[in-house]
Design a protein around this ligand. Structure first.
Ligand code: A3P
Length: 292
């Protein structure tokens, strides 16, 4: 682990987290879920904001103005959010009326028990490990609570080892996958959402037992497309102070594609990554597409 990582991240039950979160971890663990909560769970950069906007659109029946009532991080509070001087995710959620949409990046074994006790529904979005690595690298360059990567090569090495915030991508994706039948979990893939967003939105609707007209579904597909979201300040994080997220380095809504990893991985990095990946994912039954 490099010095910057050691300084900002500490393990909580073996998974690296930011220090402010580690210090208040018990508050998250004790969080009280409600039966009608719907959770959007992801490893960071898997399409959390996209899925969150889709779900809020579903809840608002495609009403554009209603969805622009506030920023995405207030409409879908981030359970384990903890930055000094700002309200915690737990406080924000406790003050949110039902039905709540809840965002989390927690690995499944770290979810507060009450979500399972209350039988809350979870939509998990997974994204292929290579595109995610690239997206996470650029994200690290722009946000201050995360360690600054020394280089892309060092970042990729740390990521493969699970020495990044939220730990191993492999364990995260596999952990949620293995338990998907034990709870009410809908496991979706970013690449499928790119390929056919309407189909994936319909899966969400079925899982949530909601009916919706074709017109509204099509409207939601449009309003949650990359180009529309990129220009929507209620989802593109431009409302955050630049000290927290400096989007002059790269925008939050960066590329939004499958296959960008090819512009960043060297041949040697790719070979090493594949070899490590196959070992870690063997027998998992999980198959990702790295391009569509
Ligand atoms: P890139 O950095 O590859 O562009 P998260 O919300 O989990 O932090 O994920 C952010 C990633 O999702 C970014 O990926 C972002 O561009 C992408 N994204 C956000 N909205 C999207 C959309 N409507 N369609 C496709 N990708 C989207």
């Amino acid at each position: 682990m490099d010095a910057a990582t050691r300084e900002l991240l500490v393990p909580v039950h073996g998974v690296l987290m930011t220090k402010p979160l580690a210090e208040t971890w018990e508050d998250v663990k004790r969080f009280q879920a409600r039966p009608d909560d719907v959770v959007i769970a992801t490893y960071p950069k898997a399409g959390t904001t996209w899925a969150s906007e889709i779900l809020d659109m579903i809840y608002c029946e495609g009403d554009k103005e209603k969805c622009r009532r506030d920023t995405i991080y207030n409409r879908v509070p981030y359970l384990e959010f903890q930055i000094q001087g700002m309200p915690s995710g737990v406080d924000q959620l406790n003050a949110t009326p039902s039905p709540r949409l809840v965002k989390t990046h927690l690995p499944i074994q770290m979810m507060p028990d009450s979500f399972w006790e209350k039988n809350a529904k979870v939509i998990y979005v997974a994204r292929n490990a290579k595109d995610l690595a690239v997206s996470y690298y650029f994200f690290h360059l722009t946000v201050s609570p995360l360690p600054q990567p020394e280089s892309w090569d060092v970042f990729l090495y740390n990521y493969m080892k699970g020495n990044v915030c939220y730990g191993s991508w492999h364990d995260h994706a596999k952990g949620w996958w293995e338990k998907r039948h034990d709870h009410q979990i809908l496991y979706l893939f970013y690449e499928d959402m790119k390929e056919d967003p309407e189909r994936e939105i319909r899966k969400m609707l079925k899982f949530l037992e909601k009916d919706m007209s074709d017109d509204i579904v099509k409207k939601i597909v449009h309003l949650t497309s990359f180009d529309v979201m990129k220009n929507n300040d209620m989802v593109n994080y431009k409302t955050l102070p630049s000290e927290v997220m400096d989007q002059t380095i790269t925008p939050f809504m960066r590329k939004g594609i499958a296959g960008d990893w090819k512009n960043h991985f060297t041949v040697a990095q790719n070979e090493k990554f594949d070899e490590d990946y196959e070992r870690k994912m063997e027998g998992s039954g999980l198959h990702f597409r790295t391009e569509i």
